[in-house]
Design a protein around this ligand. Structure first.
Ligand code: ASP
Length: 468
């Protein structure tokens, strides 16, 4: 049985956090036999090592000769404090200090090169920003060895082969699979725990790439798939995915099972869950992915699967996005005229603004759509220009925005084919006098979204949550 586990920045953020992480690794090893660990760069709020590395690099690019040196000193302090506290002087302390120092030296050299060139390429950014993981895994692996468990730090540049889209590289899965198996399997056969860098990979020619910010989850899913793991666990600081944001509704609870589609809808509609792209390699290969809480390891958390056969015909979660504008194009002359929608969204796309929800009345007399509020003015302007002739002819009567709107979305694949859910939602909102401005239901019937005014958002979330 094989388990792939990913630990984020907080779980390796200090000596104490690393000790607790090591405990969790060893417990899992006892149960599963074979465990592969992915770790992020050290990162306890407010200081995240990846952010520091990036700050140093950007400062150097802007001609600042000092900041990257100060950053190097801060990075040294963070890593050396953990090493001094965790590793015994008679053990590997000196060696790991030297390893980390070598990375800091490379960081300084690269920043100096950036300073001289006055240019920071995506490729250089990836070489610099991935160093946090390379430092943290060496400390964690050495600590595991010190407490008597064979472990080996491995740079994912040896495993994950990507395209050369620096900053957001895509894994080339067949190549990754063969390289990973060849490198990792012998270690597992010898009872060694591989401790692998999250976030990074390398091109076919060995140039370091990164998978995008927060990319360690993606690394875990890629390796889970490559190794045919039975499960992949992502450790965080909450009991999995919650039924809603607990800051809005304190009775929010964790959801035992979610499908990939439900996670995608939740992510799209504002919930802070894993980015759907990052878990696809697992889900497509039938590997369940579990989100667990380091502060409450006995809790089963939330498991994400391709298909939830026991889905109980209802809603599972409610999410909300605020600070939106609902833009409406309205006019009697729009009826039956082809191309209005295409021109509308063409103009919006031209402004590089994303549309979160669309609703069109069947009389075709209006089209409404929601965008982030900060873009409302430029979208209105673009539409007025696009439809100048129609406005003059009064085929379009007006183009206007309703500001401070919110989208509240109920999610649950079981809503498909379960009649009456929309009715219950609207009745509950009606009973508390929440006015629904627009409605959209995805054709997958996996979610129903409502636009309400910002002031009504909290009540709407509470009312819908009470129905779950
Ligand atoms: N360290 C990287 C970041 O902060 C990747 C990760 O933590 O997932 O974006």
């Amino acid at each position: 049985m094989m388990l792939v586990m990913k630990f984020g920045g907080t779980s390796v953020g200090s000596a104490q956090a690393m000790r607790e992480t090591a405990d969790l690794i060893l417990q899992a090893k006892q149960t599963w036999g074979r465990v592969v660990v992915i770790a992020s760069a050290m990162g306890s709020q407010p200081v995240k090592v990846t952010d520091l590395l990036l700050r140093g690099a950007h400062a150097a690019a802007s001609g600042d000769k000092e900041t990257y040196k100060l950053v190097a000193a801060e990075l040294r302090q963070i890593h050396f404090a953990a090493i001094d506290e965790l590793l015994l002087p008679e053990g590997e302390r000196q060696r790991i200090l030297a390893d980390n120092e070598a990375f800091l030296g490379r960081f300084t050299d690269l920043c100096q090169a950036v300073l001289v060139l006055g240019e920071l390429t995506p490729r250089a950014l990836d070489a610099i920003s991935g160093m946090g993981e390379q430092m943290s895994i060496r400390i964690l692996a050495a600590y595991l060895r010190q407490i008597g468990h064979p472990a080996e730090a491995i740079d994912a540049t040896e495993l994950i082969v990507t395209d050369n889209n620096f900053q957001a590289a895509m894994p080339l899965l067949p190549r990754t699979r063969s390289k990973t198996k060849v490198r990792i399997r012998p270690l597992l056969d010898q009872n060694i725990i591989p401790i692998v860098t999250g976030f990074i990979g390398a091109t076919e020619y060995g140039v370091t790439t990164t998978l995008g910010r927060g990319g360690s989850d993606y690394s875990a899913a890629i390796l889970g798939q490559a190794l045919d793991a039975q499960e992949v666990w992502i450790w965080t600081d909450v009991d999995g995915v919650m039924t809603t944001d607990p800051r809005l509704e304190p009775t929010a609870r964790s959801i035992p099972t979610l499908t990939y589609r439900e996670v995608s809808e939740l992510a799209y509609y504002g919930a802070k869950v894993l980015h759907p792209k990052t878990i696809r390699p697992c889900i497509e290969n039938g590997i369940p992915l579990r989100i667990k809480n380091t502060f409450n390891p006995a809790h089963p958390g939330t498991v994400i699967v391709a298909d939830d056969k026991n889905g109980n015909g209802g809603m599972k979660a409610v999410s909300a996005i605020r600070s939106l504008s609902l833009i409406t194009i309205e006019g009697k002359g729009m009826m039956g005229v082809p191309g209005i929608a295409a021109r509308t969204f063409g103009a919006v796309a031209h402004e590089d603004v994303s549309v979160l929800l669309i609703s069109q009345a069947s009389s075709e007399q209006s089209i409404s759509f929601a965008t982030p509020g900060v873009y409302a003015e430029k979208v209105l302007l673009a539409l007025e220009t696009e439809f100048a002739t129609e406005l003059q002819r009064q085929d379009i009567d007006r183009i206007w925005a309703e500001h401070d709107a919110a989208i509240v979305t109920a999610v649950g694949a079981g809503m498909r084919g379960t009649p009456g859910i929309a009715g219950r939602i609207f009745t509950a909102l009606g009973n508390t006098a929440v006015n629904i401005i627009a409605i959209a239901q995805g054709s997958s019937e996996c979610s129903i979204s409502m636009v309400v005014s910002g002031g009504d958002m909290e009540t709407a979330v509470k009312q819908i949550h009470a129905l779950i």
